[in-house]
Design a protein around this ligand. Structure first.
Ligand code: SAH
Length: 461
């Protein structure tokens, strides 16, 4: 033991400048370098690069450094397109070409399957990327502050609560940039104050823009600390006159001292309560508070793959666990006999039911509850699924759910995941329980960021 402890000691000191070779990249997009076995994480370092790095922080087993100078540049290095990239923190991979990002994401998924899931021979396909990996987001929520007497709106500077004004976000739909810019200008001209979180005074906290890519519908949401929205009539009139395609203006009141964006009270102050969008042929109603996939173009790609992996003929009973607003359920219902969706958030289930009605889909039923409790209960009631689809949050599936799946023995499981590490862990449990992972298809839902989504086909052995 003693020799192991001494080996872990930092072989570099704080403020030391060292030359390193990056071997890998973390799931957050930090370069990983090893110095005599000691690991240094360095933001903006790319695999295979040689660089000069200043050591900023040393812990027992690892440390952090700052990139000073690149000596040998990666073939995938590129200039970030966004002028505020290094200050914002919303994107992590703009210093890497899109080709490089996709290769890195594929490798990350492969590494997780091998290291965590001990799944060596499972094919991980090349990541399906976007033709145009910019301006894909359909929802923007920006904090509002004040500078030199006027309003600013943008993002919190990385690691702080200081608001930096921003003209445009390059991964955001242009329509949303327009909303933020126009509302900021109008409110500023009307002399409306921004909320100041330090003394808990002022009015406007956040501007939220939602955009239906297929319909061109725009929703504007203004969150205030005050119950009243000052100059409401003028504000509405000018927003309606200056924002093309605005269909809905909503006022939300959040009087609390909190980082949570929305408050309890929501009032539609102009137009419709919903805007609409489509994923494939399925229509979705989007309200101020409802969840909706932020990149519907790639969501369609991901769910088409899920549908392919489900191999439905029209006779199957399908369970969609962690169904959210029922996006996958409604997609699958068009090809299945019956779909049961389960989700823990009540409002999401209300949206799922509304969306089913909106599309005239009658063979999908939705239930509120924990998947790991509801599905075992269904099983006891005699509900037997041919196909189970899971799309859990980052922490992955609850083990109780995986054990029910193992008992239920559906012919196929389709696992949609936003976290390759928990995907790998859960695939191992299914593998040990009599299932086999056939293949994994990563899809790039969030270009320029380090996130990667996967869909996997798993069959009963
Ligand atoms: N496919 C969904 C999104 C899934 S995101 C859609 O397109 O809308 C993961 C979902 O799991 C979230 O909606 C979250 O509220 C839900 N969730 C988290 N824990 C859960 C649990 N234990 N049981 C059921 N749902 C859960």
């Amino acid at each position: 033991m003693a020799s192991r402890v001494s080996k872990q000691q930092a072989s570099v000191r704080k403020n030391e400048i060292v030359e390193v070779q990056f071997e890998d990249m973390t799931s957050d997009g930090f370069g990983v370098a090893k110095i005599d076995g000691y690991t240094l994480f360095v933001p903006y370092g790319l695999p295979n690069e040689r660089a000069k790095v200043k050591v900023l922080k040393t812990k027992k087993n690892y440390g952090y450094g700052k990139l000073l100078e690149i000596i040998d540049e990666s073939e995938y290095r590129t200039d970030p397109a966004c002028p505020v990239y290094s200050r914002c923190g919303g994107c992590q991979l703009q210093h890497m070409s899109y080709e490089g990002q996709l290769l890195y994401k594929q490798k990350h998924v492969k590494d997780c399957l091998e290291r965590i899931g001990h799944l060596k021979n499972v094919p991980v396909h090349p990541v399906i990327g976007m033709d145009d990996p910019w301006r894909y987001r359909n929802k923007s929520q920006v904090p509002v502050g004040e500078e030199a007497g006027g309003l600013i709106a943008g993002f919190y500077q990385k690691g702080t609560h200081r608001i930096i004004d921003m003209e445009t976000c390059m991964i955001q739909a242009e329509a949303n940039d327009t909303v933020v810019r126009v509302v900021k200008e109008i409110a500023s001209n009307l002399g409306i104050r921004a909320y100041d979180e330090e003394n808990h005074r002022g009015v406007i906290r956040h501007i939220i823009a939602k955009y239906g890519r297929k319909t061109d519908d725009v929703m504007v949401v203004i969150v205030t600390k005050t119950k009243d929205l000052p100059h409401k009539k003028r504000l509405i009139k000018e927003i309606a006159a200056n924002i093309p395609n605005v269909k809905s203006i909503v006022h939300n009141v959040n009087p609390e001292r909190t980082n949570v964006i929305f408050g309890e009270e929501t009032n539609v102050i102009w137009g419709e309560p919903y805007i609409y969008d489509y994923i494939g042929d399925v229509k979705f109603a989007i309200s101020a508070r409802s969840f909706y996939q932020v990149n519907p173009i790639q969501t369609k790609v991901l769910y088409d793959k899920a549908l392919e992996y489900a191999q439905l003929t029209g006779n199957e009973t399908v369970i969609d666990a962690y169904c959210g607003i029922g996006t996958i359920s409604l997609f699958l219902a068009q090809r299945a006999k019956k779909v049961y969706g389960v989700e823990i958030v009540g409002e999401a289930i209300a949206d799922a039911k509304r969306n089913a009605r909106l599309n005239g889909i009658e063979n999908a039923e939705f239930f509120v509850g924990e998947a790991e409790k509801v599905i075992p209960w269904w099983y006891k009631q005699g509900i037997q699924a041919d196909v189970i689809v899971v799309d859990p949050p980052r922490k992955g599936c609850d083990e109780a759910l995986l054990h029910t799946i193992i008992e239920m023995k559906p012919k196929r499981v389709v696992y949609v995941s936003c976290n390759p590490a928990t995907l790998a862990r859960d695939l191992r449990i299914l593998e040990d329980g009599g299932f086999k992972t056939i293949e994994v298809q990563p899809v790039d839902m969030f270009p320029q960021t380090s996130h990667v989504e996967c869909v996997s086909q798993i069959v009963l052995k």
